[in-house]
Ligand binder design. Sequence first.
Ligand code: SF4
Length: 486
Amino acid sequence: MGAARPRQPYQYVRTVLVEPDWRRLPGWRGVTEAQWRDAQWQRAHCVKNARQLRAVVGDLLTDAFYGQLAADQAEFATMSMLLPPQMLNTMAADAPTERHAFTAAFLADPVRRYMLPVRADRHPRWPSHPKAERDSLHEAQMWVVEGLTHRYPTKVLAELVSTCPQYCGHCTRMDLVGTSTPQVTKAKLVLRPVHRQELMLDYLKRTPSVRDVVVSGGDLANVPWPQLESFLLRLLELETVRDIRLASKSVVGLPQHWLQPEVLEGVHRVAEVAARRAVNLAVHTHANHVRSVTPLVAEAARALLEAGVRDVRNQGVLMRGVNATPDDLLDLCFALQGEANILPYYFYLCDMIPNAEHWRTSVHEAQRLQEAIMGYLPGYATPRLVCDVPNLGKRWVHQAVGYDRERGISYWTKNYRTELEVRAAGGTPLERRHPYYDPVDTLPEAGRRWWSEQTTAQTARTAPTALAVPAPRPAPTPQTTPEGAR
Ligand code: SF4
C-alpha cells in the first residue's frame, strides 16, 4: 500500500454562487423577484438605522444586539449606516431562525463585521492606533484641484462624488465620504460638480505626464449617469489618457445599478469610444468575502464586460474577522475569478483611520498571507497584498526596507516624487524612510508597553478632537481657480 497523499494546505472546491432567499427575512416576505432586481427598489429600501433593520429582520436579533449597535454608532462609528438589501441579504444567510442562534450567526458574519459594526467588535484598549488619522493617506493634501489627487507621476485619482449606495465601516475616505456621525463631522466638497469636473479636465489637459485616471468617489453609482458619461467622453478626448478605471463597490453592493439598461447602454457608448482610441477602460470593485459574490454580482460583471469594458477587477481590503485567512482569501478569489469574471487584483491592508484597529492586520501577517495564497490561482489572477503607506503610496507587503517587530513599525521608501513634491523647492529625498504601524494589540508585551508609555496621556488629550473636526482642506493653487480653468 502506498503512503497516504498529504492534503494541500488549501483545498480548492468549485464555488456555486447563491443568491440567498430574501423572503426568509420577515420584512421581505412579499418582495418579488422583479422588485429585488430593481435598482430603485433597492435604493428605496436601504437600511439606514436600527428601526429599519428591525423592520426587515423582525424579532430575529436580540435587544442586546441593538444595544451594541447603538453604542457603536454613538461612540465609535466613522461611517453612518447604509445597507442596500442586496448586502444585508448576504448576512447570516444560512442561520437558524431561532432568535439567539440567528443573532450569534449574524454577529459572526464576515460581511456584517465590516458593514454593520457593533461596540463589541472594537478593541477595548486600542480602538485606534495612536498614529491614526482621518485622511490617513493625506489625499486632500495632494489635491491639485478639489477632489483630484496627484500622488504618482503618471496617474491621478478623481473623486467625483462623496457619497455611495452603501457605507463600509472601514472606509479609508471616512474623512470625506458619507454623512456625519456623532463622532465624525465630515469634510465637504465645496465646488459644484460640473465646475469641479471642468477644473479636473483642465488640469489633465495641462499635465500630459498623466496617462492613467482612476475615476472614483465615493462610488460612481451615485453620479447621475449622463453626468458621468459626459465626463468620461471628455476624458477620452485627451490623447494623453491611456487608462481609465471606474471605481464602484456597488458592482458588489448594488449590482442592480449596473444592470439597468440605460446604464449599460451608456457604458457601451463610452467603451466603444475607448476601444476606438485604444484606451483601457476597466471597472474596479470591492468585494471582501466570498458570501458577497452572488449570481447577481456575476451577472453585473458579465454585463459590464459585454458592454465593452476590458476588465472588472477587485480591490478588496484585508481585515481581521472578515477575510484574513488563506482560506477566506482564496475562496473569495476563486469565486471572483472562476464564477464571476472579476479579476482578483489587490487586497489593501486596512488603512490607519480612527477606530479601525480591530480590522487592521500587521505587515508580517500580511506577508504570511501573501505567501499562503501563492500558487493556487493563475499567476495573473493572484492578488497582491499591498500596504498604502502614508505620504508614500502603495507597496507590496514584502517591500518593507526595515521592520521593528517589537514596536510594530515598518519602514518603506519610494521611487518617485508626488506632483506637489516636484513643485516644492528641494522636494522630499527619495531615501527618506516612511513609517507604517502594526496594530498595537498584535505586538509583543514589550511593544504594547512602549506604545502605552508613549501615548496614553497624549491620546486622551487629543484623539476626540482629531476625530471630530475635519482636517482643513487645502487652498486651491493658482491654476485651480476658475480663472485658471479658463
Ligand atoms: S464604497 Fe468605497 S468609498 Fe464608499 S464607503 Fe465603501 S469603501 Fe468608502
